[in-house]
Design a protein around this ligand. Structure first.
Ligand code: UD1
Ligand code: MG
Length: 450
């Protein structure tokens, strides 16, 4: 059955105390909104509609950066969750199938939970959870053992209803045509003066339809409302990602010091030393080694490669098998073929390095002229001497060498040695004479000041 996602993301998130709309605050390198979209995308929805309001342009960009087919509907005034869903249906004309409503500020709903909701035989299915410590949530009122009668918002609940511990997560699933009809009929005569999405349950039951509850753990429905919640969400994500990495056969010496992104992939038997940070878009194959204090984003590390300590791999860094990248090396938009060694103190940007080439300490690709970026091509089995400046665009041939301290501004053919430095001048005995002179000067100054 076709599925459409409606993701509610119009709220400002006042308690974040931020210029950025709440759903664009990040957990594990991705906006909260993207986490919600990702959970939903596992169901392979035919349509995804994001309801934006506050800072709609920024929300639209984030949604479409992640999924360019996502549609965004504007809810100019936030009149409640039911009103927001009604707006979404303006983009869903002609869609038939099931609709799942998610919140853009609730990042950890599992795809499996959403699948269970879709598979539940009911006209309206609500995701609930057990909790005894909340004032804010709507309460799920059951009839019989497995039927849901209605949802009552905390503000509108009687003291007896407030004692109910089965809470509404806000996630809801229903047939599209039915839900469109139900939200169109909502009223706002309640404590908040809002159109409550939750009222569709009572309305469906009044029509003789079946509403049911699927439950999940409270942690799954964790929402973010303030910076404290963001910290808690990040911690929850990291705890999960670390455990998952260990289960997948990754060695983490000090898991609590390793930070993963929402999309990090690390292969089996890779070792990650303490204090490593993964930004978005990193894949590491099996049997690699990431030493301490590395900062990695948008890069690929192949089997058997070793990186760090203190290395920075930026977007477009691709390390083939058995590449070695050592301390204080930065690599951006550069492909390093098999067996390349870049041991120390180097910047490689906009470059390609052929297999088994050795890059000496202090090598810099001078890739930027202040206006444009230029490429450096280095052939296989070359040797770049320490402290070589490679002024791009420039090509170093296969098996070529550059002398230490060279500033290379012209292409170097295969097998050639390029020297781009001034010739050395040696003055026998001059150092000893200078030392004598300097010592005498120092002694003279000492006597004058005493
Ligand atoms: C809602 C539920 C409540 C549930 C709780 C779970 C209703 C009436 N209540 O309450 O039963 O226990 O979530 O967290 O649905 N939004 C819009 N446009 C609007 C209003 C809200 O896009 O006009 C978005 C918000 O940005 C947010 C989400 O919908 O992402 C939920 O809205 P919020 O105001 O937080 O609802 P709650 O009062 O928490
Ligand atoms: Mg809320």
């Amino acid at each position: 059955m076709p599925i459409a996602l409606i993701i509610l993301a119009a709220g400002q998130g006042t308690r974040m105390n931020s210029d950025l709309p709440k759903v664009l605050h990040k957990v594990a390198g991705a906006p909260l909104l993207v986490h919600a979209m990702r959970a939903g995308s596992a169901l392979e929805p035919e349509r995804t509609v994001v309801v934006a309001g506050h800072e709609a342009a920024a929300v639209t960009k984030a949604a479409q950066d992640w999924d360019e087919s996502a549609e965004v509907v504007l809810q100019a005034e936030q009149k409640g969750t039911g009103h927001a869903v009604a707006q979404a249906f303006t983009a869903l004309a002609g869609f038939s199938g099931k609709v799942i409503v998610l919140y853009g500020d609730t990042p950890f709903i599992r795809p499996e939970t959403l699948q269970t909701m879709i598979d539940t035989d009911a006209d309206v299915t609500v995701l609930g959870f057990e909790s005894d410590n909340s004032m804010r949530y709507g309460r799920l009122i059951l009839s019989g053992t497995d039927r849901l009668a209605r949802i009552v918002e905390y503000k509108d609940a009687t003291p007896a209803e407030r004692k109910i511990t089965l809470m509404n997560s806000g996630v809801l699933c229903a047939d599209a045509a039915l839900l469109a009809d139900l939200v169109a009929g909502l009223e706002n005569d309640n404590a908040a003066g809002e159109y409550y999405l939750t009222d569709v349950v009572g309305a469906a039951v009044a029509r003789g339809l079946a509403a049911r509850v699927v439950t999940c753990h409270e942690a799954e429905t964790m929402g973010v409302n303030c910076r404290q919640d963001l910290v808690a969400a990040e911690a929850a994500f990291q705890a999960f990602a670390r455990a998952e990495a260990l289960d997948n056969g990754v060695t983490l010496t000090a898991p609590e010091t390793v930070f993963f992104a929402f999309d990090t992939y690390v292969g089996r038997d890779t070792t990650i030393a303490p204090n490593v940070f993964f930004g978005p878009g990193v894949t590491v194959e099996s049997g690699a080694e990431i030493k301490s204090f590395c900062h990695l984003e948008g890069c690929h590390i192949s089997r058997g490669a070793s990186v760090g300590p203190f290395a920075r791999l930026r977007p477009g860094a691709e390390l083939a098998e058995d590449v070695h990248v050592g301390n204080f090396v930065e690599i951006k938009n550069a492909i390093l073929d098999e067996g390349v060694k870049v041991g120390h103190l180097t910047y490689l940007g906009d470059a390609h390095v052929g297999e088994f080439t050795n890059i000496g300490a202090g090598t810099i690709t001078c890739n930027y002229d202040g206006v444009n970026k230029h490429r450096t091509e280095i052939g296989p089995q070359a040797f770049i001497g320490s402290d070589t400046m490679l002024v791009a665009p420039v090509t170093i041939g296969a098996g070529a060498m550059t002398a230490s301290g060279s500033v290379i501004t012209e292409n170097v053919p295969d097998g050639a040695l390029a020297l781009g430095r001034t010739k050395q001048v040696t003055k026998p005995g001059l150092a000893a004479k200078l030392f004598e002179k300097f010592k005498a000067q120092k002694e003279k100054r000492r006597k004058e000041t005493n």
